[in-house]
Each structure stands twice: as C-alpha cells, then as structure tokens.
Ligand binder design. Sequence first.
Ligand SMILES: [Zn+2]
Length: 312
Amino acid sequence: MAKRTRRTAPIVARIGVIGGSGLYDIPGARVLAELRPRTAWGSPSDAITVVEIGGTPVAFLPRHGRGHRLLPGEVNGRANIAALKQVGVEQVIAFSAVGSLKESLAPLDFAVPAQVIDRTRHRPDTFFGAGVVGHVAFADPFCPRLAAQALAVIRAAGLPGGHGGETLVCMEGPLFSTRAESHLYRSFGAGLINMSALPEAKLAREAELCYALVCMVTDYDCWREGESDVDIQMVIANLTANAQRARDLLPALLPAVGAQARACRCGEASRFAVITAPELQPAATRKRLATLLPQYFAPLSRQPRSGGRRRR
Ligand SMILES: [Zn+2]
C-alpha cells in the first residue's frame, strides 16, 4: 500500500517578536510566510511575517505598523496579542524605545524591566468584560523567566547597559512628559518611561503568553538639568541605532528562548480568573473568548457539570 503523501505542515511560530519604534522589519531573515489573521477584536497593526532566525521560526509584528502609522494609543493591543496567539505564539519578546528617568540609564543602553506603573488612560486593556468578569494576577507584569533569559543574552552579547530589575512608567502620550511629571515619576523610583508596554503586557498575561520587554534608551526625558529636553531628532537617531542592535541581537536571543522550557506560570494565568457563573455568561462573549482561551470557554454542553445548582 502506498504511503500517504505527507502534506506540508503549517508553519507554527512559538516565539513572537513585537517591534517597537524603529524596528519595523527584519531584513535578511528568510521569510517563511506572511499571515494576515483576523481576530474577534479586529485586525493587528500589520501583517505578521513568519521569518526564520537562527533556525527558529519567529512571528514578527511591528507594533505601530510598517512605516509607523499608529500612535501608541491607536494600537489595537487586543488584536495584536490575539493574532499572535492565533498563529501559535507562546512567548513574546517585545522591543520598545524608552526614555530614561535615572542618570545610570544612559541613551543607547539596553534594559529589561521587572515592573511597570500604568499611566495610560484611553486604551482597552482586557479581553474580559461584556458579561464575563475575569481578574488575572499581574503582580509581576513581565514573565520573570523570559525576562531573565533576555537579560542574560543581552549581557552575553556585550550590549551597553544590560540593566535588569528596573520599573517602567507607561504613559499615554503621544506628547512626552511635562517636567513636573518627569520629576514625579522619578520620585516613584521608576527608571524608564515609554508609551507601549501597556496594555500589551496585560493582554499577553490574560492570553497566557510569556511576555518580556527589551527597552532601548533613546533620551533622558526632560528631568535632567543641563540636558536639552526630549529632542525628537536625537530620539530618532538613537532609536535607529538601537533598532539595528536589536536586529543583531535576535539570532542569539530567539533560539535561546525557543530552547528553554516554559517553566513559569504564564501558561495558566487565566485558569482561575473568571468569576461569572458559566450559565450566565453571554454566548457571544464566550464565543469570542473561546478563540483566545478555548480550554476555559468551550461550548457549555461539552463541559462536565461542576458544582452549582442543577436544573430539574
Ligand atoms: Zn512565562
């Protein structure tokens, strides 16, 4: 009997890269596929390009769209995270251009923050709602395992900075901080400031993806005496230089990430999150959430009964 012809398996990229300002593509990488997934929350910022980096398939998505068309507040974070999950991504390394709030964090330095303070105001930041209440732990907003791994690779590559453990302020923008705000954030003990870590990190956690942020410092914000205030030309020059070094880092970073087991709790972050009684959850909301978290929102008839009052 003839063997069945093997069909080409769909390409699964378990690692996602979200490119920030300056990082819109990965030139030179072999393109395996260009995907345009549609999600229950709309379309992502741009096509997802699956590229091969160091033998590892990686799903690349430019956060602001190619050509930088979306303000931080205009990015559809829910569609971006849902789309990455839809194409098989389990771990996300996101890149971001950031301002520095500390002398020790110099322009062109790399840092992997451990904490974030949310100063965004106008962005949908949860997949829950519309009749399904869910609360997910976010005490450690970045995957500690993935963040440690990214930091180790950055340090081994000899990139400047290599700062870990910092707190990042995520502000709404698009304007940069006032001087008073910059001093206020410094008084919080924060070291970095950007406009894009959130809601991305929150949504990744709800979607049960590991998420770490690689920050590349462009400027000293506006707190530093004697420093010219945020100068957009200097910011652009620095973020262009940083983006190239980020690209150079990927061939070391991504295979290392892919080789490590997900020995962290991100993969079950939403397991006990939902509080709303299943029979009271609107069908349309369950259907939407099932595209993201099918294990918790399968059709009710297929689920074993557990507790609650039985109908007679
Ligand atoms: Zn994790």
